[in-house]
Design a binder for this molecule. Structure first.
Ligand code: SF4
Length: 320
């Protein structure tokens, strides 16, 4: 599989009243075409900011945005917003935003909302655009009769399918899914995950799946990147991360995840993630790490390759 997305030192800082928030701090990884990478970590560790940085959807209070962002052979950093709007957003890359199902327009029916990308981006007339909207509903296994319905007439699962259909309207090859199942019951979550698997196979999609649920990520992913305080602290293929995690934070996250066939007591991680305006020096996890050493408080760990597709940023794995 070829590499579709390559990040090198991707950085996104925000300007706030409290100071400069280092939401994404020098993240590097490659993502292969047709694969799914889950981005996991606690709330506030920079997962959604990473998605915005990859999409180049930057808020007004952006303080620093730099690094290399190669998508499909092009460095997106070199493009203007007009270039991105014309050639990339929705056409090559799209995002299902967190809570997006609540942003469906309540006064437009589903047909009008699904038809909009076809009229705006492809210049189709209303009838042709509605035909395409019906095809999109079929793609996400919803009946045509929903074209005339309004968002309040749909269940949460149906609305999430509509949002996914909208993101796929112009057939992008890359999709970022920001917690697409977090507001849904477990049965609907499973249905949405199955839908995403089927769509990935049918359309050869590449996903970044953002979640704080390691169990859910294991259903869909080929790779997992664990984020902590704006940095990726461990990245690897799903089997390595779930069966042989190397970073103390990943180990703690897994120990806090319920397992059906084990009688192990659930653990918790003492403390809370740091304020990203004032992250701790050295390893950012050191105030919460059970294996902390003096050196961890002053030296920032670099990624170390522990097996062919498995990297960890922890001084326990560096030759100090
Ligand atoms: Fe813990 Fe030190 Fe490794 Fe950080 S570098 S995770 S503090 S052992």
């Amino acid at each position: 599989m070829s590499v579709l997305l390559s990040l090198k030192g991707l950085t996104l800082y925000y300007r706030t009243r409290r100071g400069v928030v280092k939401a994404v701090d020098g993240v590097s990884f490659d993502l292969k075409e047709g694969s799914c990478l889950s981005l996991v970590g606690e709330s506030g560790c920079g997962k959604s900011s990473m998605a915005y940085a990859i999409m180049r959807l930057l808020p007004r209070n952006t303080h620093t945005y730099c690094g290399e962002l190669i998508f499909d052979g092009k460095n997106l950093m070199d493009l203007t917003e007009n270039d991105l709007r014309r050639d990339f957003w929705l056409k090559k890359m799209a995002m299902v935003f967190q809570g997006a199902m609540n942003s469906l327009n309540p006064v437009l029916n589903i047909g009008e909302q699904l038809a909009e990308p076809f009229t705006i981006h492809l210049g189709l007339d209303k009838l042709e655009a509605l035909k395409r909207a019906a095809e999109l509903l079929e793609l996400v296994r919803l009946p045509n009769s929903l074209l005339d319905k309004y968002p309040h007439e749909l269940s949460g699962g149906m609305k999430q399918r509509v949002v996914i259909a909208t993101a796929l309207s112009l057939r992008p090859k890359f999709l970022i899914l920001d917690e697409p199942t977090s507001a849904l019951d477990v049965i609907t979550q499973a249905n949405i995950i199955n839908l995403l698997k089927r769509l990935q196979e049918e359309l050869n999609l590449t996903y970044i799946f953002i979640t704080h649920d390691l169990g859910l990520s294991s259903e869909l992913s080929d790779y997992i990147a664990v984020m902590y305080a704006g940095k990726v602290v461990e990245l690897g293929d799903i089997v390595s991360i779930l069966t042989a995690p190397k970073h103390p934070y990943t180990q703690k996250l897994l120990a806090a995840t319920p397992k059906l066939l084990e009688d192990a007591k659930l653990e918790f991680i003492p403390g809370s993630p740091p304020d990203l305006a004032y992250p701790p020096p050295g390893c950012r996890f050191h105030p919460r790490c059970p294996y902390v050493m003096d050196v961890c408080k002053v030296r920032e760990p670099e990624p170390v390759k522990v097996s062919s597709e498995h990297y960890v940023s922890c001084l326990l794995w560096e030759r100090v």
